[in-house]
Design a protein. Sequence first.
Length: 213
Amino acid sequence: MTIDRQTLDFYNESAGEYADHGESEDRGPWLRRFATHVPMRSAVLDLGCGSGWASASLARLGYRVSAMDASEAMAAEAKERHGISVRVADFDALRAERAYLGIWAAFSLLHDSRAAMPGHLSRIARALKQGGVVYLGLKEGTGSERDDLGRAYTFFTESEIHSMLVRAGLTVIEIYHEPGHGYDGTPCKLMHVYARQTRERALPASPAARLMH
């Protein structure tokens, strides 16, 4: 598993409390925007699903939802709270090909290293059907750090993540920014990224398309 062990230990040890907090936050607008890009009743993946709130919301909207998370305790929370069956696996275990029209990755991939992100995006591009859309929830900035709770974070600039997406064969649809705060109370800048799979195979980088804000 490539996910940081100390980060995974936090989620396994604090799953219930973290789930209570996460389900009290209103991330519905970003999920509804995701739904505007993904045809109803299509297959979608919740990658790093946590307590399963997004999986449950998408299922209620009529999507056929699969869910993955590296934490056994968070997977148990998803099952108990929402009846969601979660595949307990690392991001690297995503091996599907042309399986989904949507992948929802809300503030999950940022726990891995910067070096790992291109591989994750390539696997996402491969798992998406042509025309499929990925949502990435990220924290904006540079460098990486460990928060007061011991969780590892990697921060990305808009231009950096845009370039990574293009290299993976994904076309940016829109990127939004807003102020936020971490579970530990630390202020941060949140970045909501939507990108589309428009190529049959990932290709080398091409000139960046103009971003929509």
